[in-house]
Design a protein around this ligand. Structure first.
Ligand code: HEM
Length: 481
């Protein structure tokens, strides 16, 4: 094992690489990937990797050798025992997993509701040019609040919006100042955090005191029925994790979908044809493809004349586009799901998540001295895997910068080469629900609206906390039923 640090740019004598990174984050990473290879140091504490094998290794060793990114103000010193640190959340996660699996009743039950929330938001703004990300934050916030809290969700979407706004300054900054400094943004974050915790705690207590839902109506019921029993504090904290996870990231993905629909009218037309005519009845829960028969999709994609036909990604030393089980982080095939009836919409979502993964970097902190591809990391050092660059690496993806939904569903990404939902024990808990909802949303928007966004091509990705087209504005013009 090499004891030296991975190579990397020295940067400014005082500021190191912070200023250069802040000026052009992805340009900085691309440049140093080219100059230093798949692993390079940012400073004494942070290492980047663009190696899918190492990214996969770090993600799968989480809770053992690494912990996940600390929350703002949690400090960066890594606990000695990663498993112990993760235990309360992992217990909640085990309880929630079956309820969030593809085709689980609660997830299926959200299909129609999600489309109704989307319809409502788009109908309210129909024909007017609006900023897309806030609109999608509203839809995602309402959807995840209902999934978590059912009838008690009122008021929570507003809190989520406040949390999102309070977190933005921390996500935009490449570094954090200590929480005890009374900066306005620190005070604001603590205020919103306290208000949200108090509201959630109140809801948890009230529900525990009342009648339990059998079968569980929402994720709060699931958590309260978990065995061994969870404390109110653990239930509140688990709800917080799901609410935050299911808000900003899916909204960023939806915004990227809207951008593609705006700049690709032919694709939008093909999606509308796949969805079938809009009958204007306003009851999306009743009509195909949101309900009814759910056969797995087996054929090719209608309406996409892609550059690659059936090109799969080039595996990491593995099979190239062969049929086989998807890698562990691959999105499950569409059986038992409305995605099965909307293969083009699903392929568009997969491709959007490849080119614009909202979680464009993923951070892990080493808990002990660990071997990292021959380098030695000390406890407390951070590894940042970069899905954005891995997804655009010609070694794993032919014509990687080309938006080509026709690579799916044949693509069989090898471990680490396709990470929109992460990998390993901390892989996205809402991945199945998210895939359903994004697919439905893509199809529904194309079915019901012509999306016009004159600045769409210029709305370049903003590489801050989450990757989303910066400042995208669009008008959704209703299609006549
Ligand atoms: C397009 C939609 C989504 C994407 C791309 C996405 C992506 C991700 C990624 C990459 C992670 C792992 C981050 C890491 O390893 O550092 C994650 C974690 C998580 N996501 Fe999602 N997510 C999406 C939607 C959702 C939804 C709808 C929910 C809730 C219903 C959700 C709940 C969570 C939770 C609870 C975690 C934390 C898992 C853990 O730490 O054990 N996500 N998500």
């Amino acid at each position: 094992m090499d004891t030296a640090r991975p190579p990397g740019p020295r940067g400014h004598w005082l500021l190191g690489n912070v200023a250069a990174y802040e000026k052009d984050r992805v340009g900085f990473l691309r440049r140093h990937h080219r100059d230093y290879g798949d692993v390079f140091s940012f400073d004494e504490r942070i290492v980047f990797t663009v190696d899918p094998r190492l990214a996969h290794q770090v993600l799968t060793a989480t809770n053992r050798d690494y912990v996940t990114e600390p929350a703002p103000f949690a400090g960066t010193s890594a606990p000695d025992d990663a498993g112990e640190a993760a235990r309360p959340w992992m217990g909640a996660r085990r309880a929630l997993r079956p309820a969030l699996a593809d085709a689980a009743p609660m997830v299926v039950g959200m299909d129609g509701r999600f489309v109704a929330l989307l319809d409502d938001a788009l109908d309210r703004t129909a024909g007017r040019e609006v900023e897309v990300l806030p609109l999608m934050l509203d839809v995602a916030g309402r959807a995840v609040a209902e999934l978590c809290l059912g009838e008690d969700a009122a008021g929570v979407p507003g809190l989520l919006a406040a949390v999102h706004a309070a977190l933005l300054p921390f996500e935009d900054a490449g570094y954090q100042l200590p929480g005890w400094i009374p900066l306005p943004r620190n005070r604001r974050f603590f205020r919103v955090h306290r208000r949200t915790s108090e509201t959630l705690t109140g809801l948890v207590r009230a529900r525990r005191a009342g009648a339990a839902g059998t079968p569980p109506r929402d994720l709060l019921d699931v958590l309260l029925a978990a065995r061994p029993a969870m404390s109110d504090a653990s239930v509140t904290s688990a709800l917080w994790t799901v609410l935050i996870g299911g808000h900003g990231v899916p909204a960023a993905a939806l915004t990227s979908v809207v951008r593609e629909l705006a700049i690709r009218p032919d694709l939008a037309a093909a999606l509308a044809a796949e969805a079938g005519p809009w009958d204007g009845d306003g009851r999306p829960g009743d009509a195909a493809p949101w309900g009814g028969d759910e056969r797995p999709h087996e054929g090719g994609l209608p309406g996409v004349g892609g550059a690659h036909g059936r090109n799969g990604p080039r595996g990491v030393g593995g099979a190239h586009g062969q049929d086989g089980p998807p890698g562990p982080e691959g999105i499950p095939a569409g059986g038992g799901c409305p995605r099965a009836r909307l293969p083009l919409a699903e392929a568009v979502v997969r491709e959007v998540l490849r080119l614009c993964p909202p979680a464009w970097t993923m951070t892990r902190v080493a808990c002990a001295a660990v071997d990292f591809g021959g380098w030695r990391l000390r406890p407390g050092e951070e590894v940042l895997s970069i899905p954005y660059l891995i997804h655009r690496d010609p070694r794993w993806w032919p014509d990687p910068d080309v938006f080509d939904p026709s690579r799916w569903p044949a693509a069989r990404p090898s471990p680490g080469t396709y990470l929109p939902f992460g990998s390993g024990p901390r892989r996205c808990l809402g991945a199945a629900a998210a895939m359903r909802q994004l697919t439905l949303a893509t199809s529904r928007i194309a079915q019901r609206f012509h999306v016009r966004a004159p600045d769409a091509a210029a709305a370049v990705p903003a590489f801050c906390g989450r990757l989303a087209p910066a400042g995208l504005r669009a008008a959704f013009h209703p299609v006549e039923p």
